[in-house]
Design a protein around this ligand. Structure first.
Ligand code: HEC
Ligand code: HEC
Length: 212
C-alpha cells in the first residue's frame, strides 16, 4: 500500500514538472530571438530607431506576460506579435525561465536608489516606486518589469506606447500603465527614460552566437 502510494506520488510529481518551465528546454527555443536580443545595442527601426530591449534578468513572470501580450495583440509591435504567435504556452514558459537566469551576475544591485531622482522629476516619479521598487530594480510583483539600466530609447518608446490608442501597429493596452503614462508629457517621458537608464540594474543583453 505504502509502496503504491509512493509510486503514485512520484508519478504525480513527474507529470507536474513535465509541464513546468524548463531553462534547459528554453535554451533550445531561442534561436530566433538571438538575432535581435543577443546582440548588444541592436536597433529596431519602428516606429523610430531605438535599441531592442534588454530582456535577460527580467523576472520570468514578466517575460511570460509580455510575450503573451504580444501574442494576444494587447501589445501591437508587429515583429514581436508575429514571433509570439508561433509560441505555445509551454514555449513561453521555457523561454521566460531561460532569459530570467541568463548571464545572472553574482551580486544584485543596491537596495537603495543609486542616484537621487532629479528635482524636476520628483512628482512624476513619486507613484512609480510603489510598483517598480525604490531602486527601480525590485518590483513588488513578478509581472512588473525592472526599469533600472534598461536602454533609454527603449524606455521612451515603451512609455509612449502606453499613451497610444486606436493605432493597429503601435501601442500597448495595459490599463495600469495607460493610466500612469497618459498624464506624462512627451519631454517628461524622455527625461524619465534618460534617468532610469543611468541607474545600476539587473537587466542585460548577453551576446550570443547564432549557432553554438
Ligand atoms: C527582429 C528583432 C527581434 C526578434 C527576432 C525578437 N525580438 Fe523581442 N523585441 C524586439 C523589439 C524591437 C522589442 C520592443 C517592442 C516594443 O516596443 O514593444 C521586443 C520586445 C520583446 C520583449 C518585451 C521586453 C520588455 O521589456 O517588455 C520580450 C519579452 C521579447 N521581445 C522577447 C523575445 C523573444 C523570446 C524572442 C524569440 C522568440 C524575440 N523577442 C525575438 C525585437 C525582436
Ligand atoms: C500599479 C503598478 C504600477 C505603477 C504605479 C507604475 N507601473 Fe510601470 N508597469 C507596471 C506593469 C504591471 C507593467 C507591465 C505592463 C505591460 O505588461 O505592458 C509596467 C511597465 C512599465 C514600463 C515598460 C517597461 C518595459 O520593459 O517594457 C515602463 C517604462 C514603466 N512601467 C514605467 C513606469 C513609470 C515611469 C511609472 C510612474 C509614472 C510607472 N511605470 C508606474 C506597473 C506599474
Amino acid at each position: 500500500m505504502t509502496r503504491t502510494l509512493t509510486l503514485l506520488l512520484a508519478l504525480a510529481a513527474f507529470f507536474s514538472t513535465a509541464h513546468a518551465q524548463d531553462v534547459q528546454r528554453g535554451s533550445t527555443k531561442v534561436q530566433m530571438c538571438i538575432g535581435c536580443h543577443g546582440i548588444v545595442g541592436y536597433q529596431a527601426d519602428f516606429p523610430q530607431v531605438y535599441k531592442v530591449p534588454k530582456i535577460a534578468g527580467q523576472d520570468a513572470k514578466y517575460l511570460a506576460s509580455a510575450l503573451t501580450a504580444y501574442r494576444s495583440g494587447d501589445r501591437k509591435f508587429p515583429t514581436m506579435r508575429s514571433i509570439a504567435a508561433s509560441l505555445s504556452d509551454q514555449d513561453i514558459a521555457d523561454i521566460a525561465a531561460y532569459y530570467a537566469q541568463l548571464g545572472k551576475p553574482g551580486e544584485t544591485v543596491p537596495a537603495t536608489l543609486a542616484t537621487p531622482v532629479p528635482d524636476k522629476l520628483r512628482t512624476a516619479l513619486a507613484t512609480c516606486v510603489s510598483c517598480h521598487g525604490v531602486n527601480f530594480s525590485t518590483p513588488t510583483d513578478g509581472t512588473i518589469p525592472r526599469l533600472a539600466g534598461q536602454y533609454a530609447d527603449y524606455l521612451e518608446v515603451a512609455l509612449k506606447s502606453y499613451k497610444v490608442e486606436g493605432n493597429p501597429h503601435f501601442g500597448r493596452a495595459n490599463p495600469v500603465m495607460g493610466a500612469m503614462a497618459k498624464p506624462l508629457k512627451d519631454d517628461t517621458i524622455t527625461q524619465i527614460a534618460d534617468y532610469l537608464a543611468t541607474l545600476p540594474g539587473e537587466v542585460r543583453t548577453v551576446p550570443q552566437a547564432k549557432f553554438k
